[in-house]
Design a protein. Structure first.
Length: 712
């Protein structure tokens, strides 16, 4: 293959006199792997067969050729799944030989997860499985991080990497770099002080060198031009060229280009992420680099696509439910059950985690793929949840069967509460029991014979739903036994702090809730003597965006439940829990207009429901929200105007609490300082959701706390 070296073009610098031996060009040939985005997983898998065949051909022909397939080991799984046993063995053997040579890069990740939407345990296990898989495939050296298309990062991302021995990374989106101090070599610092080296792809992204070698007539000039773009923002003369994209039909071959540059007296090589980052380490010290700290979701130099936080909320809810079940219940109680002598299928447990991590791929959990992709995702989530529950209940039932319940009698029904937390827990718990129909009256006792406060929620034939107050703490990662005992009359042990309720109010010793005719409510904090008014109203705005981003319509009407009559029902009045249900019906446009400049003319009735709970002794208010979303092209929010003077919100992130400025997320400390000097904001929370799920909030003198299954 011959690369043409052209004479100078008018207005362009000719390639021959621009080549400098001091500038070294490092080309990474790669492909970003989205297993389910523009098509479903099975189709993507099939596309891997011809692509890998071309990679193997290039690796066989050129000893200097190297390839990076997004540093994910799932791509190897997906490729090998295309073959029957004998052929699979042959293909795997060939791939292993290239991996052992360090020319086909695998790991440290199992999947290219979304670092913002994934659970904390998913981030760790993704690296755990990825590094383990890579070692099993023969990867010989250290690992480098590679997060070239993730939509921002929690502050603890670098500590998580470093805990796996990874102290350098190539990354792109989300970094909040001071625009007056742009530099592509950075020190990424986590809250605990952990630091790793970062190579930031800046405005060029991960595809600017795509098919550099394919178009031979302009290859040299393109290479030099990209170097001229990058050098002003770098502290070294080692230029990184990203030759790849995603879904491209074949890998590039820049071997002839590299040889031509060397022939012309320049320096160029095909490299790997680790080799390039080690080159930076040879020339620079972390102490000399700009520090990047805190939650990184800045979109000034590259879009971070924050709309994925609220796109297809059912995916986030499903992921959260499966993650909580695996993390808080299945993992710990599998180990506890093992200590009881109950054998565990650890391969099955790992398979459930791997399935969940696959669903955390940034386009899948982000909800920005085609509809068929996300229909399949829901089926996977259902399977994960069903299989996890089956294993968990087997373990809990076996443990329960070995618990001594001799304190009971023939007219006692024992039941066990398990606590998955790492701290003792004293709380109100909702339980459902199957009770003989002739048990008209009963009481609840602890295993020490102590009367336990309880409240009947409902009873249908032999099915009884109760709320009990555990009274004594349930031990961490342990259990406590209780008894429902038949009596001649129901015996209730009143709680120390009973809940009471009236026509439109409920209270305990900590707070009082008063519900207004429009469905908003007031919260009175008894300890502080302070009242917060007008909480919990909905607003609906037109949205002409897509699954990546919300797009505001300037003149579109904003609908609100505030000031409109709501229907109020009292569901329970205490003494452990009081509940009210608030129903709204809003007539809303069914969609935006065809020109996407305003609402359309057709309308549809949409019911909104809030169920508010308070519990004995708790400063917390629980809300269950439901929306029958019969239309589209809308953003729905529920608002809690707390009127607390503050400049920032504290937002829970993975292993961290992020500080988010209310008046906007500014790129540089200098801009943030100007904002603080200008004004002090007021705390008002507005969140987006689409499906029902529990959420709660509490208010203190300087804070408003809101948690939810699906917030944006």
């Amino acid at each position: 293959m011959n690369i043409s070296v052209h004479e100078d073009h008018p207005g362009r610098e000719g390639p021959t006199n621009a080549i400098s031996p001091e500038i070294r060009y490092h080309i990474i040939i790669h492909s970003h792997y989205d297993p389910a985005w523009f098509t479903v997983r099975e189709e993507t898998k099939r596309l891997l067969k011809p692509y890998f065949a071309k990679i193997f051909s290039l690796l066989d022909r050129y000893p200097e050729y190297k390839f990076v397939f997004d540093c994910q080991t799932q791509v190897v799984e997906d490729y090998l799944d295309n073959f029957e046993a004998e052929t699979r063995k042959e293909k795997e053997g060939k791939l292993r030989s290239f991996i052992r040579e360090g020319r086909f890069v695998v790991g440290p990740y199992y999947t290219g997860v979304d670092w913002n939407l994934s659970g904390s345990a998913v981030l760790r296990k993704n690296l755990l499985f990825g590094t383990r898989d890579a070692r099993a495939l023969g990867w010989p050296g250290k690992f480098a991080g590679w997060t070239i298309d993730q939509f921002g990062f929690p502050a603890q991302s670098w500590q998580i990497h470093k805990s796996f021995g990874i102290n350098k990374i190539v990354l792109w989106r989300g970094l909040g770099v001071d625009p007056e101090e742009v530099n592509t070599e950075l020190a990424l610092v986590s809250p605990d002080g952990s630091r790793i080296l970062g190579k930031w792809l800046f405005i060029q992204g991960y595809r600017f060198g795509l098919y550099l070698g394919k178009f031979q007539e302009i290859a040299v000039r393109r290479l030099l031009q990209e170097g001229r773009k990058a050098l002003p923002f770098s502290m070294i003369k080692d230029v990184l060229i990203m030759d790849g994209y995603e879904g491209e039909p074949e890998p590039d071959n820049p071997v002839a280009l590299v040889r031509e540059i060397v022939k012309l007296g320049g320096s160029a090589a095909i490299t790997t992420p680790l080799q390039y980052l080690e080159k930076i380490e040879e020339e620079l010290q972390l102490d000399d680099l700009p520090r990047i700290e805190g939650y990184q979701d800045f979109g000034y130099y590259s879009p971070v696509l924050k709309g994925v936080f609220s796109s297809r909320q059912y995916l986030k809810q499903s992921h959260r439910a499966c993650d909580a079940l695996l993390t808080k219940w299945l993992d710990p109680f599998c180990f506890i059950a093992q200590s009881f002598g109950i054998r565990q299928n650890w391969g099955k447990l790992e398979g459930l985690w791997r399935s969940l991590i696959r669903m955390a791929s940034h386009d899948e959990i982000g909800g920005c793929g085609i509809d068929d992709v996300h229909r399949e995702s829901q089926e996977v989530y259902r399977r994960i949840f069903r299989d996890s529950q089956t294993i968990l209940m087997r373990n809990l039932n076996t443990i329960t069967a070995n618990i001594n319940t001799s304190m009971g009698s023939e007219e006692s029904l024992p039941f066990v509460l398990f606590n998955p937390l790492v701290r003792d827990r004293e709380t109100c718990a909702s339980i459902t029991l199957q009770v003989p129909e002739d048990w008209k009256h009963f009481k609840v006792l602890s295993d020490e014979g102590k009367k336990i406060p309880w409240q009947l929620n409902s009873r249908t034939a032999d099915r009884v739903e109760l709320i009990i107050l555990t009274a004594d703490p349930v031990p961490s990662l342990g259990y406590k036994t209780y008894y429902l005992r038949k009596t001649g009359r129901s015996v209730e042990a009143p709680p120390i702090d009973p809940v009471t309720a009236g026509k439109n109010w409920m209270e305990n010793g900590r707070l009082k809730i008063t519900i207004n005719s429009d469905g908003t409510f007031s919260l009175f904090d008894k300890a502080l003597g302070k009242e917060y008014n007008g909480l919990g109203y909905f607003i609906v705005e037109p949205d002409r965006g897509d699954t990546y981003d919300y797009s505001h319509i300037q003149h579109g009407r904003v609908f609100s439940t505030r000031g409109k009559e709501a229907t109020l029902s009292c569901l329970s009045r205490g003494p452990l829990c009081a509940r009210f249900r608030i129903d709204h019906v809003i007539e809303l446009p069914s969609e935006i207009s065809q020109d996407r400049e305003n609402w359309g003319t057709e309308t549809v009735s949409c019911p909104f429901t809030i169920t508010i709970h308070i519990y004995s002794g708790s400063p917390r208010v629980d809300l269950d929200l439901q929306l029958a979303n019969k239309g589209k092209d809308r953003r729905v929010r529920i608002c809690f105007p707390a009127d607390i003077p503050t400049n920032e919100l504290s937002v829970a992130r993975q292993y961290d609490v992020a500080k988010v400025p209310i008046n906007g997320k500014y790129l540089s400390p200098r801009q943030k300082k100007k904002s603080r000097q200008k004004s002090v904001g007021w705390c008002s929370a507005g969140w987006i959701w689409f499906l029902s799920g529990p959420r709660w909030f509490s208010i203190g003198p300087t804070y408003l706390t809101i948690t939810a299954d699906s917030l944006s």
